[in-house]
Design a protein around this ligand. Sequence first.
Ligand SMILES: Cc1cc2nc3c(=O)[nH]c(=O)nc-3n(C[C@H](O)[C@H](O)[C@H](O)COP(=O)(O)OP(=O)(O)OC[C@H]3O[C@@H](n4cnc5c(N)ncnc54)[C@H](O)[C@@H]3O)c2cc1C
Ligand code: SF4
Ligand code: SF4
Length: 370
Amino acid sequence: MSLEVKGCRELQSEVIARDLCTLCGACVGMCPYLVAYRGRIVALDECNLAQGRCYAFCPRTSLDLDLLSQTVFGVPYAADELGTVQEIVIARARDEGIRSKAQFGGTVTALASFALDQGLIDSAVLTASDEDMLPSGTAAANAAQILGCAGSNFAAAPTLAAFNRHSAGDAQSIGVVAIPCQALALANMRASPLENRNNIDKLKLVIGLFCTWALRYEGLARFLAQKVPLNRIVRFDIPPPPANLFQVFTDSTRIDIPLDDVRPFIRPACDVCIDMTAEFADISVGAAEGVRGWNTLIIRSHAGRELVEAARAKGIIETAPLPEQNLAHLKEASLLKKKRGLRKVIETSGSEDDLLYLKLTSEAVKGLLS
Ligand SMILES: Cc1cc2nc3c(=O)[nH]c(=O)nc-3n(C[C@H](O)[C@H](O)[C@H](O)COP(=O)(O)OP(=O)(O)OC[C@H]3O[C@@H](n4cnc5c(N)ncnc54)[C@H](O)[C@@H]3O)c2cc1C
Ligand code: SF4
Ligand code: SF4
């Protein structure tokens, strides 16, 4: 099956103007026209190419999930709660230094560093925040740089712009830490019919992050700046329900904000997202509900399994069985996001036959909505 490829003008009219853009960054860093500016994709000039990599790689143009699944895992799209799964455990970094800087258990930081150390990758594309908490992609070539990116910034980041730039350089084997829409864009690059696919063959590892939504930087920054100078913020947290809080940490204080106060900044594109667990990554990592300081870790691919097993054997991470009720909750939350996203897609298009950017069989749609 081939994917329809259009150009930058259609990217703007079909994706950006319709608020479907996730700010993944896949369309940036390849040409002089499209740039990411403070949480937005901006076209600096008109590009008249009939076919563009920007359109081909965007996860909000024509997303053929079966084709992507065949490309990444060699099997059809599962269209169930969690996608392709080999094993699910809870995990954490053994290194306390990593855990103290990380969002939860530091599994992502530990595994990215280990992959580098083992030579599986020669560099990693991650997300770092500047002094105003504006997040963007960055390429790291050592453990200290990877540790410097630890922690979650809940504002959306155009991380893949850094992949596009980095993959054009000397790096030969690249790992990417990606939220689900970014992992989808990378899968799109792999499956693209275009000859120029941004050196995607250099991509050797995708560490996915769970994601329910991401926030618009501009709105969030203006809101937070009324409470604390942005350059004093060191990290964010969203403690598990029933707290209903968005927590902002500085060096010396913690500011608790009702979660409902930041919800208006959720990107509209997240309302039509159906992937909570980064289904197209080699491994996916999220919080471990009720197990403080640990992560949930989903192993999906052969490469992911090898990395986790080697890291476990060398004492880089420790793992434990996922409690039964955690698995049930994870599936429930993921399915809920799929149902919500699909319903919003259908409500927006006005028809079950027009899924905006998604290509799913009607059986898959019925199965997910039932
Ligand atoms: C926008 C967003 C929403 C999330 N929503 C959920 C959720 O609903 N449920 C859940 O269980 N987990 C969610 N996560 C994932 C969670 O916050 C942790 O990143 C994950 O559990 C890994 O924990 P860790 O301790 O191993 O991470 P760490 O070792 O601290 O590594 C965190 C990694 O996150 C990356 N990162 C930071 N900010 C961003 C960003 N804006 N975009 C892309 N990558 C980024 C960095 O590159 C870093 O490598 C979300 C993360 C993000 C960024
Ligand atoms: S979703 Fe990603 S690729 Fe598509 S327009 Fe937005 S930033 Fe560009
Ligand atoms: S909810 Fe989906 S679209 Fe929004 S940031 Fe997360 S993965 Fe991307």
